[in-house]
Design a protein around this ligand. Structure first.
Ligand code: MLT
Length: 324
């Protein structure tokens, strides 16, 4: 091909790229959520999805691609066309731990994604079925110790945040509780309500509706301070389990290679969501927090993703942890 023709093609491409970015989005955007509908990742994605739809004038449509602790959806997202019409919402811990845990998870949580922003930080809560014969955390731990292997807990799959939080609970309490993996925390919670499961290390984003409806019991929050909206729920330390602190971060990523003007549009919309009182209230009503100063930029999420990838990959290798 002649040099002049190459130049013409390059010029046309340069002209098209900003135009495509300028009218972005001009059709619905797919938001891949790698867990079942109704769970914390899905709930956070829908709350922000509504704000993005309203602000950008196109529907942000949630697609639940569940399986293998969230890695099926992450792999799918990593291979999507990087044009801004597929974006990805995930819980950071299972996202970054996935490739170390699952040989099939052939994606790189840092290189294959572009950080847009953190949607919510959410502490985990110790939640038990309504009629479990233990009225507080100390009694629950004693009951679990007296019944080794007989109680069970549900999670969103091996390597999910709700799994890792319960693994930590077992290690710190010396209890042996059987793991039952689900395709998301939403369906697991249904089984806790029906009494099929005994226990979960759930997030407020998932369990608050059931807690308010008095269909489950919440024994403690796994963070240093009580959540302001739930002043009656003791911290794990107050309830007899010092040092048990686990929290989840849910975040939005674009696909690596997405044009910069589109990334800028998405992150500007995220910044507007942080300022939107209705969106903030919905997150806080679910016992979760929006990112604070220093945590609320794409760069902060990018740095967090890099740190968490290194931390979890090392912990998984050291502990020789495998997804069953
Ligand atoms: C998890 O990692 O446990 C997820 O947040 C579960 C979910 O969103 O269903």
């Amino acid at each position: 091909m002649k040099f002049r023709s190459l130049l013409a093609i390059a010029a046309a491409f340069v002209a098209i790229a900003p135009a495509a970015a300028q009218d972005y989005p001009n059709k619905p955007v797919t938001v891949i959520v790698p867990f079942a509908a109704g769970g914390p990742t899905d709930v956070a994605a829908r709350i922000y999805g509504e704000f993005f739809s309203r602000t950008l004038g196109q529907q942000f449509v949630i697609e639940n691609v569940a399986g293998a602790g969230g890695t099926t959806g992450a792999l799918r997202a990593s291979r999507a066309t990087p044009d801004g019409y597929t974006i990805f919402v995930h819980n950071v811990a299972p996202h970054v731990a996935g490739p170390a845990l699952y040989p099939s998870a052939q994606y790189d949580p840092v290189k294959n994604f572009e950080p847009i922003g953190t949607l919510a930080f959410a502490a985990h809560y110790i939640v038990v079925k309504k009629d479990l014969p233990a009225k507080d955390l100390k009694e629950f731990i004693a009951f679990a110790k007296a019944n080794p292997g007989k109680l069970n807990y549900g999670s969103a799959g091996a390597g999910s945040a709700t799994h890792l939080a319960c693994v930590l609970f077992g290690q710190q309490t010396g209890t042996e509780i059987t793991h039952v993996p689900y395709r998301g925390t939403g369906p697991a919670l249904n089984d806790l309500v029906s009494g099929t499961l005994d226990f979960m290390c759930d997030q407020g984003l998932n369990m608050m509706g059931q807690y308010r409806g008095n269909t489950v019991r919440v024994l403690a929050v796994a963070q240093a301070n009580r959540f302001p909206g739930l002043p009656d729920i003791p911290t794990a330390a107050e309830a007899g389990l010092p040092g048990y602190e686990v929290s989840a971060a849910t975040a939005m990523y674009a696909i690596a290679g997405t044009p910069k003007p589109i990334l800028d549009r998405l992150s500007a919309t995220m910044q507007a969501a942080y300022k939107d009182a209705a969106t903030r209230k919905r997150i806080e009503d679910l016992a979760s927090e929006m990112p604070g100063a220093g945590q609320d930029t794409p760069a902060a999420l990018g740095a967090f993703t890099v740190r968490e990838t290194a931390r979890w990959t090392e912990a998984i290798k050291k502990g020789n942890i495998k997804a069953q």
